[in-house]
Design a protein around this ligand. Structure first.
Ligand code: 5GP
Length: 140
């Protein structure tokens, strides 16, 4: 398997070199909105420690990422009046991964509303800010 490349987009977000709408942060994890959401509130949860994906992540970091994903899913249900939540996680190019720092997608879902296809819709900065405010309020 390829090695971790620290110049990936999420590595830059962790180091503060690129902006992101963060909704949660602790010593091991960051959660921020996906700029091309498949539904409103689509959030990515990542470990701060370098990990390319599920295949090389430290198991304790993976467990913590999943605990945070659960918190974000619960907050997403409340913030967006969702009826359900889709969790996605892709590994290596053949597995659908595009950004090579481990991330878990948390996508609030409404009954009868299909997710947008991946990477087809870039949300406005204003809407992303409003969605992040809602999630942060639900997490408080
Ligand atoms: P995956 O690697 O799981 O296929 O998807 C990577 C995800 O990262 C996509 O859902 C895409 O919309 C999101 N993404 C790509 N570039 C950026 C970025 O610069 N900022 C944020 N917040 N999300 C991004």
């Amino acid at each position: 398997m390829a090695v971790y490349d620290q110049n990936n987009i999420f590595g830059k977000i962790i180091r503060g070199e690129l902006p992101a709408q963060k909704v949660f942060e602790d010593d091991k994890t960051i959660a921020f909105l996906d700029i091309m959401p498949r539904a409103p509130g689509h959030t990515l949860v990542i470990p701060k420690a370098p990990a390319r994906n599920l295949l090389d992540v430290n198991p304790d970091d993976l467990a913590h990422v999943m605990q945070v994903a659960q918190k974000i899913a619960q907050a997403g249900m409340k913030a967006f009046g969702a009826d359900g939540v889709t969790i996605q996680q892709f590994n290596e190019k053949a597995g659908g991964q595009v950004v090579f720092h481990l991330h878990v997608h948390v996508i609030p879902r409404k009954e009868g509303e299909a997710m947008k296809p991946p990477a087809t819709f870039k949300e406005t900065p204003e809407n992303l800010a409003a969605h992040a405010d809602k999630l942060r309020a639900a997490l408080a």
